[in-house]
Design a protein around this ligand. Structure first.
Ligand SMILES: CC(=O)N[C@H]1[C@@H](OP(=O)(O)OP(=O)(O)OC[C@H]2O[C@@H](n3ccc(=O)[nH]c3=O)[C@H](O)[C@@H]2O)O[C@H](CO)[C@@H](O)[C@@H]1O
Length: 406
């Protein structure tokens, strides 16, 4: 069976991190979200994946290439304008071909494990379209499903009132007839061609649509700070492997800690897992890294720094005596000595003109930003990409892209 992954959108709610890469390429436990999905499909014996790409497509294509390093054949189709999930699926029509019986479609921006895909495949019913659903207390922001047993009665996209606790995970088993149905789908009130509208049309025409409810892990990082929660969950499955690292004397490592090749952990450092550290990093001496932290490749963290519950992407340089907690730091960010992120709980954050609440957050910093020494970032304040912040500043407001704070 073939699978189609929808990966053409930006993921605006994860800005500033998605200004330079799409949400599907954001790292969780040192792997892009998309890689977790591809692994889940490969573990279910999927041999060919069609990736629908658009926004920042080169980054995706450079990373996955033809898929050979990921154990699968990957083909790319481009969706030139991101005008909806139904339109995105339609781009894969030629690659799926008429002979294909059924194929899987997965949204590229949620983290799933192999069990979710196995549930979808095992729940297949005759020639029906199957939607993988899961139960959630708070269903706001999702497609909601009303079902009678396995039969789907109605699918309503982001309803304003509570109709059901069953949500659409964005993982489907379709037959080839979906393409003709998509072509008949009209544009929604939000200006998109939505696959949920196509599915509702199938139900209205009396075509069989069933649902399989999954209890397998399905993690949706809606906002950049949700990446930290996702990271904590995924790191929970990691096993200790420090065999490829250079560990100096008097280093203390507790819990599950995975360290990549050519990484040096210098004397006096103290690491408590779950923690994952990539290749070619230089950590210490006397650095403390606490759960649940992911550190990408080519990162250096200088002496007496303290990192907790954070994601540091690749090529980050942290100077001495820094304290980074509950933060997501984009790639190629450089911070001067005594860089401090304040941590806050239940923070109100305005993003894309919407008020949101972050359970716990330090800061989020976009790619390619340089921060001088003795800088403090107040809890929940974000610094966008390509900013220059001089020494001694306190960041008490969000900093926009390309800003120069002198
Ligand atoms: C209309 C629709 O499908 N809604 C579903 C979608 O909502 P949701 O609003 O999450 O859908 P998004 O717009 O985030 O898109 C989902 C995925 O499709 C990709 N994409 C989107 C638009 C586009 O033109 N091209 C493209 O490739 C995005 O990159 C992303 O990977 O996922 C939720 C689960 O997370 C479901 O509960 C919703 O029912």
């Amino acid at each position: 069976m073939k699978a189609v992954i929808l990966a053409a959108g930006e993921g605006k709610r994860c800005r500033p991190l998605t200004l330079t890469r799409s949400k599907v390429m954001l790292p969780v436990a040192n792997k892009p979200i998309l890689e977790h999905i591809i692994n889940a499909l490969v573990k279910n014996d999927i041999k060919e994946i069609i990736l629908v790409v658009g926004y920042e497509k080169e980054r995706i294509m450079d990373y996955f290439e033809d898929g050979i390093n990921f154990g699968v054949k990957i083909k790319y189709v481009e969706q030139k304008a991101q005008i909806g999930t139904a339109h995105a699926i339609l781009q894969a029509r030629d690659q799926i071909g008429k002979d294909e019986d059924k194929f899987i479609v997965v949204n590229g921006d949620t983290i799933i494990g192999p069990d979710a895909i196995a549930d979808l495949i095992n729940g297949e019913e005759g020639d029906a379209t199957t939607l993988l659903t899961c139960k959630k207390d708070d269903v706001s922001g999702y497609g909601v499903i009303v079902a009678k047993g396995k039969k789907v009665i109605e699918i309503i996209e982001k309803p304003k009132t509570l109709i059901s606790h069953l949500i659409n995970t964005g993982i489907y088993l379709f037959k080839n007839d979906i393409f003709d149905m998509i072509e008949k789908t009209s544009i929604s009130t939000t200006g998109e061609y939505a696959i949920t509208d196509t599915i509702q049309m199938m139900i209205d025409e009396g075509r069989p649509v069933t649902t399989t409810v999954t209890n397998a892990g399905w993690i949706d990082a809606v906002y950049s700070w949700n990446l930290l929660e996702a990271n904590t969950i995924i790191l929970g499955d990691f096993e200790t492997d420090v065999s490829k690292a250079k560990i100096e004397d008097c280093v203390s490592i507790k819990g599950s800690v995975s360290i990549g090749k050519n990484t040096t952990i210098r004397a006096g450092s103290y690491i408590v897992g779950p923690v994952v550290i990539g290749d070619n990093c230089d950590i210490g001496p006397n650095v403390v890294i606490l759960p649940s932290t992911s550190i990408g490749n080519n990162v250096s963290i200088a002496s007496f720094s303290y990192i907790k519950n954070s994601i540091l992407m690749q090529d980050v340089r942290v100077s001495t005596h820094s304290n980074i907690s509950s933060s997501v730091i984009g790639s190629n960010v450089i911070t001067g000595p005594n860089f401090i992120t304040e941590e806050g709980e239940k923070l109100h954050i305005i993003l894309e003109n919407e008020l949101n609440e972050a359970e716990k957050l330090g800061t989020v910093i976009g790619d390619d930003t340089d921060i001088g020494g003795n800088v403090l970032v107040r809890a929940g304040k974000m610094v966008s990409s390509n900013c220059r912040i001089s020494s001694g500043k306190t960041i008490a407001e969000d900093v926009p892209t390309n800003a120069l704070i002198n």
